[in-house]
Design a protein around this ligand. Structure first.
Ligand code: ATP
Length: 452
């Protein structure tokens, strides 16, 4: 097991207790490999996706977006090789009949010690029916990766957006895999979300592009707070490469799961495999998607593609694990009453579900009016929470536990003045617990500066 100070159980508890993730349809007993993202989890995931989009699309200028359909023409999956190759090896215990992915088990069944059948291939694409006729002609698949809709739209995107190599297409969306053994919370699900880029380059420029993408992706995780001690790069051995890949480097995270280090994302050099396959299957010519590689547009080649591919849910899990901090005995030095264990979720402020919480010192109506005013101003910029119930210490701890970086406290000095100026509030920092006094009119700028 990789060395991680936080257990999966702690994160599962937090997720359930504070509304990040629930088992899907729990009132019916749930369904293995499916999870529902609860209100705070949705905010966390939205923030991860926004940061990714900002870094890789908005700030670069050489990558454009796409949102392909989940179900598409099944010929796509024949051409891509998924119908033939997207399979795991499955073994079944002869005694208890439990099934496992062959990679995950040794010779004996972990549930009863029984022996296994020999391994057989199991295609992990979900099948569905399109239209009212339930015959084989209407069989389609839920996409097992978002990448293929990028390849099948490559030429249209290039032409309509007048893109020249190198350029990329980015996509965020759901993918589905009928995993033999889902588990470890949201680490391995049957329905999950991916953020993928296909970055098209001239043949020959692919090795350099691949080398450049690996640190770019690694640095993105670190810039949003992942501890480099919990990250490592792993070059996949040649014999384990996927059928389309010339080289793959995984960025792995020290997930507290049995097998230890687990893939957080993969960066693959997919060569010209996919575009050639689609050229051949759709147009009868593997060179159909050849693209100008010189300025005059005279020399054309099918581009190579580098694919940085990550899972939103696995990223969310890694960010939660890295942020989760336990403080035994409590952090407060001003009150003796608060001495129990405290949890602080030290998420990067741009990832935290709520950027700010507004807390009135009491429920008195004269404070409520100010709280409404402050809340309305902040809401125009960020997701915020207004919490009025319980002692102020309890409310701080509730916000610490869900990662809110700043709490704004509205008290009687805000309306009356006194030791402080009127129309000021205190802003308490989640990590340092220091308090700043800030004029209400300066609050938005104050947080903007902090978030930069
Ligand atoms: P693994 O070896 O863990 O099955 P993979 O190599 O099949 O992963 P890719 O096909 O490279 O994964 O998918 C890209 C990313 O999508 C992964 O790095 C991971 O973050 C995410 N991902 C893949 N499968 C799942 C899953 N079953 N549940 C959640 N996320 C997943």
């Amino acid at each position: 097991m990789a060395d991680h100070p936080v257990s999966m159980e702690q994160i599962v508890n937090l997720a359930k207790r504070r509304g990040f993730v629930f088992p899907s349809a729990e009132i019916y007993g749930g369904l293995g490999g499916f999870w529902d993202w609860a209100p705070l989890g949705v905010l966390l995931k939205n923030n991860i996706k926004r940061e990714w989009w900002r870094t890789f699309v908005q700030l670069r200028g050489d990558i454009v977006g796409l949102d392909g359909s989940i179900v598409t023409n099944p010929k796509v999956w024949e051409a891509s090789g998924h119908v033939g190759n997207f399979a795991d090896e499955l073994v079944e215990c002869l005694k208890c009949h439990h099934r496992f992915k062959a990679d995950d088990v040794d010779k004996k069944c972990p549930d009863c010690g029984g022996t296994f059948t020999s391994a057989r291939k199991f295609n992990t694409m979900f099948r569905t029916i399109v239209g009212p006729a339930e015959d084989t002609a209407s069989t389609a698949y839920l996409r097992p990766e978002t990448a293929q809709s990028i390849f099948v739209n490559y030429d249209q995107v290039r032409e309509t957006l007048r893109k020249k190599l190198p350029f990329g297409i980015a996509q965020i969306g759901k993918a589905f895999r009928n995993e033999i053994t889902p588990g470890n919370f949201v680490f391995r699900q049957r329905e999950f979300e991916q953020m993928e880029i296909e970055y098209f380059v001239k043949p020959g420029a692919d090795d350099d592009a691949f080398e450049a993408w690996v640190p770019t992706c690694y640095d993105w995780f670190v810039s949003l707070g992942l501890n480099p001690k919990h990250l490592r790069k792993f070059d996949q051995p040649k014999k384990e490469l996927a059928h389309y890949s010339k080289a793959t480097t995984d960025i792995e995270y020290a997930f507290p799961i049995e097998k230890g280090w687990g893939e957080l994302m993969g960066i693959a050099n997919r060569t010209d495999y996919d575009l050639k396959q689609h050229g051949q299957h759709a147009k009868g010519d593997p060179e159909a998607f050849a693209t100008p590689i010189d300025d005059e547009g005279k020399v054309k080649k099918v581009p190579y593609v580098i694919e940085p591919s990550m899972g939103v849910d696995r990223a969310a899990l890694a960010f939660l694990l890295d942020a989760f901090t336990t403080v035994s005995g409590g952090r407060s030095t001003t009150t003796d009453s608060i001495k129990e264990e405290e949890f602080v979720l030290k998420l990067h402020p741009r990832l935290a579900p709520f950027t700010v919480a507004v807390l009135p010192l009491s429920k008195k109506p004269e404070l409520t009016a100010v709280v409404d005013r402050v809340a309305t101003t902040l809401r125009a910029n960020w997701m915020i929470d207004v919490d009025v119930t319980g002692s102020i210490g309890k409310r701080y701890r509730r916000q610490d536990e869900i990662g809110t970086p700043w709490c704004v406290t509205v008290d009687f000095e805000t309306i009356e003045g006194g030791k402080r100026d009127k129309d000021t509030v205190t802003v308490r920092d989640r990590d340092t617990m220091t308090q700043d006094i800030v004029a209400i009119s300066d609050l938005v700028q104050y947080f903007r500066t902090k978030l930069e």
